[in-house]
Design a protein around this ligand. Structure first.
Ligand code: URA
Length: 210
């Protein structure tokens, strides 16, 4: 059985995603929204992290208070659009480690091509959150997850802004252990591998490359 797909229905997430889909939205505004939605999705994806009680001193007395247990998270953005997603996540978890994964989609074959990988050495001991704004064919997400696993990652989660049913099916087929968080599941992929209705090319809209 596959791990769960969590669609984050929070009104703030839904509202901001609608703004992002709008064709006329400026790069500046799109980028700010990616950050904000990144933060909100980060809040959801970390909801079940285990806590441990530690002793602290308040100005008044000693108390037992909860802190997140275990090693710091790893955020693993898939270059390049995943990087735009990273800032919002880091705003909430500033001490997270970061693994950069360079993968691009061959425009002809839509297959994932790896060109860069740099991750913390102790991947096996940390929860890793793989991130890419768009889960389209699923090829990049699957390739990135395989790379992380080949370096020892065991506890993986995937987060995106928008998912296509095809991408979810592919990721679940190849990596049934990885739960997915997304703000929405759209209708389908078009012939060019874009999510429709979608929001266009997330990287171009974030970085102004079109
Ligand atoms: N990548 C994007 O940026 N947009 C899509 O719709 C699909 C893949």
């Amino acid at each position: 059985m596959s791990a769960e797909v969590h669609v984050v229905h929070h009104p703030l997430v839904q509202h901001k995603l609608t703004l992002m889909r709008e064709q006329e939205r400026s790069i500046k505004s799109f980028r700010e929204l990616v950050n904000e939605v990144g933060m909100l999705l980060c809040y959801e994806i970390t909801r079940d992290l285990p806590l441990e009680m530690v002793e602290i001193e308040t100005p008044l007395q000693t108390m037992q208070a909860p802190k997140i247990a275990g090693k710091k998270l790893i955020f693993a953005p898939i270059l390049r659009a995943g990087v735009g997603f990273l800032d919002g996540m880091l705003a909430l978890v500033p001490s997270a480690r970061v693994a950069h994964i360079g993968i691009y989609r061959d425009p002809e074959t839509l297959q994932a091509v790896e060109y860069y990988f740099k991750a913390p050495q102790d991947l096996p001991e940390r929860t890793t959150i793989l991130m890419d704004p768009m889960l389209a064919t699923g090829n990049s997400a699957c390739a990135a997850a395989s790379l992380l696993k080949s370096r020892g990652a065991r506890d993986l989660r995937f987060v995106c802004l928008l998912a296509a049913p095809e991408g979810i099916a592919q990721l679940q087929a190849e990596h049934p252990d990885i739960p997915i968080w997304t703000a929405a599941v759209d209708e389908k992929l078009n012939d060019h591998g874009y999510i429709v209705p979608g929001l266009g090319d997330a990287g171009d809209r974030m970085f102004g490359t079109k």
